[in-house]
Ligand binder design. Sequence first.
Ligand SMILES: Cc1cc2nc3c(=O)[nH]c(=O)nc-3n(C[C@H](O)[C@H](O)[C@H](O)COP(=O)(O)OP(=O)(O)OC[C@H]3O[C@@H](n4cnc5c(N)ncnc54)[C@H](O)[C@@H]3O)c2cc1C
Ligand SMILES: NC(=O)c1ccc[n+]([C@@H]2O[C@H](COP(=O)([O-])OP(=O)(O)OC[C@H]3O[C@@H](n4cnc5c(N)ncnc54)[C@H](O)[C@@H]3O)[C@@H](O)[C@H]2O)c1
Length: 466
Amino acid sequence: MSDSPEIFDAIIIGTGQAGPSLAGRLTQAGMTVAIIERHQVGGTCVNVGCTPTKALVANAYAAHLAARAADFGVMLPGPARIDMARVSARVAEISGKSRAGLEGWLGGMQGCTLIRGHARLESPRTVRVGDRLLRANKIFLNVGGRALAPKEIGGLADVPYLTNTNMVAMTEVPGHLIVIGGSYVGLEFAQVFRRLGAQVTVVERGKHLIAREDPEVSLQVREILEAEGIRIRCGAECIQLHPHADGAAVGVNGPGCPGGAEQIAGTHVLLAVGRRPNTDDLGLDKAGVATDARGYIDVDNQLRTSVDGIWALGDCNGRGAFTHTAYNDFEVVAANLLDGAQRSVGDRIPVYALFTDPPLGRVGMTEAQARQAGHRVRIGKRPMTRVARAVEKGEAQGSMRVVVDADTDKILGAAILGPGGDEAVHMVLAAMAGGMTATQMTQTMAIHPTVSELIPTIFGELSKPR
Ligand SMILES: Cc1cc2nc3c(=O)[nH]c(=O)nc-3n(C[C@H](O)[C@H](O)[C@H](O)COP(=O)(O)OP(=O)(O)OC[C@H]3O[C@@H](n4cnc5c(N)ncnc54)[C@H](O)[C@@H]3O)c2cc1C
Ligand SMILES: NC(=O)c1ccc[n+]([C@@H]2O[C@H](COP(=O)([O-])OP(=O)(O)OC[C@H]3O[C@@H](n4cnc5c(N)ncnc54)[C@H](O)[C@@H]3O)[C@@H](O)[C@H]2O)c1
């Protein structure tokens, strides 16, 4: 083990969504950078998150469209057959190319050294990776997170279960997939595997799926999934896994857990009940870096930790749990360090999508959040059955919904659940970022026939203040 450190200008731990781009900017500025990765370059998004899941969503969409072919007058000789080996090969190829691209970029980056292994802080300026000791005056933590396996779910030690990591590499369609957790990870996989032919049950502890959303939106997502044959059990408490001849049984009781257990037997169980940060084995205590009770690293709006010279970016800082928030963290840190800017992560407008089909695009506040923040609101909404493009595509499920401040005419948020909802919501995002009012939106001409063209219309049909 070496005690004389290798000196760099900067050390980055993790090659997720912030680290590699930051390495690029720092080396362009003439710094020497060590970037350390213990597993796969590209982290969660590229290898076991966004990229493989959105590839799977596309596979599943093809299967769904094939099953609906006759609705469009396209007659197939028989039901479509899923070749799971080809499905998984396609997914692996897309992820693999993305990872290889990043590896090539980092490998060829002048001034950057990619080190493989687990990194641990030994002091506020030093990091150990195996036998190597590294030292730098600037350290950036981009260590991401992993699937949570909470102790309150009994039987996790006795029954094999899946997480997003092995789900994206499935080479067989499960007979009956039981998904524990009815949010982003759970619902995307639930619909994908239902469309690929599995029986699917979603078990969610909360009263509603995707509990952050307005109940109306959550209910519509539920109806869409149930119409495809997914069974949904909300309000499930005291969840216990038991061995079962089929594979596994999930025991579920109702609120407060009265009465006997309801048993749901399945072949596979997916745990999708949230994530935890990879900070438990990072030596944060040796450097004096503070975390909250759940292990997220405390940061200010410029993503500086409690220790001068150490920053935390991406999922591990608890300020976002998306690829775009991690990348934006990089942009904020790089601008402040290298461009003399004063950017703050506090300024960004929350935006994300749930990539079920149809997808849910979300920006800003829900109605409930707006009321909680003290706004009097006006709501604009329209079902997709009244959106020409959705009807023409034969995909008229869902609705669009906007939230406006009744006193200032300021746009507070939107939810677009429907074909292209993940894209269309950017029109509202751009309007909010540019400070447009609801009235100004009504005067914007959009392309016909698109889902977006109805956005100005619904801003012109707002409810009375409430
Ligand atoms: C199934 C799933 C689907 C998702 N889909 C989307 C989506 O569609 N859109 C979206 O915006 N977000 C999505 N996300 C979230 C997104 O993947 C994450 O928000 C994003 O990857 C976070 O990036 P990050 O850079 O913070 O961390 P990560 O991408 O997790 O990267 C952290 C890296 O650090 C490495 N590391 C950790 N500790 C150490 C250590 N001590 N030493 C060395 N290396 C270490 C890890 O191996 C990892 O490679 C999804 C997540 C999941 C699980
Ligand atoms: N489309 C996207 O952008 C996308 C897709 C997947 C994941 N992600 C990211 O990954 C993160 C993790 O997603 P997730 O869906 O795992 O977590 P989540 O925190 O969004 O939701 C977890 C769900 O599990 C439920 N739950 C928690 N404990 C439970 C228990 N003991 N039993 C039953 N249900 C329980 C919660 O009520 C909640 O509905 C998200 O925060 C998101 O940022 C994003």
